[in-house]
Design a protein around this ligand. Structure first.
Ligand code: HEC
Length: 97
């Protein structure tokens, strides 16, 4: 008989990123993105996985150096994916994230 834990592990591997990875990605964002610009420019976006991937490549081309690129990608897709509601106006209007 299959173990429920094994099934859970498969589900996690196939589906959404786990919470620990997302939290790592958020720390990575603070460390990697903030030296160049505020996070407003990041958090006002709602992008697909492919589009976030391209953004990360583009930022790397401009000098961003990642220690955990996978975690930051999972964090961005999970938090600012194109399936999420658009950023509220006060977030994109007054400079606060
Ligand atoms: C070496 C400097 C640098 C780093 C590090 C950096 N960026 Fe950027 N980023 C830029 C510049 C320059 C722009 C253009 C700013 C503008 O248009 O005012 C930009 C713009 C953006 C934009 C707006 C869309 C676009 O492509 O212009 C997004 C989204 C973005 N950055 C995401 C990120 C994320 C996420 C990180 C961290 C993983 C990051 N950036 C790290 C330099 C950087």
């Amino acid at each position: 008989m299959r173990s429920p834990l094994l099934l859970l592990a498969f589900a996690l591997a196939a589906g959404a990123a786990d919470q620990a990875t997302i939290e790592k990605g958020q720390k990575e964002e603070q460390r990697t993105c903030l030296p160049c610009h505020s996070l407003r420019i990041v958090h006002s976006n709602r992008l697909s996985r492919a589009a976030w991937n391209r953004e990360l490549d583009k930022m790397a081309g401009w000098g961003a150096r990642y220690t955990n690129r996978d975690a930051i990608l999972e964090y961005l897709v999970a938090t600012y994916g194109d399936d999420k509601p658009v950023a509220p106006p006060e977030i994109s209007a007054d400079g606060r994230k």
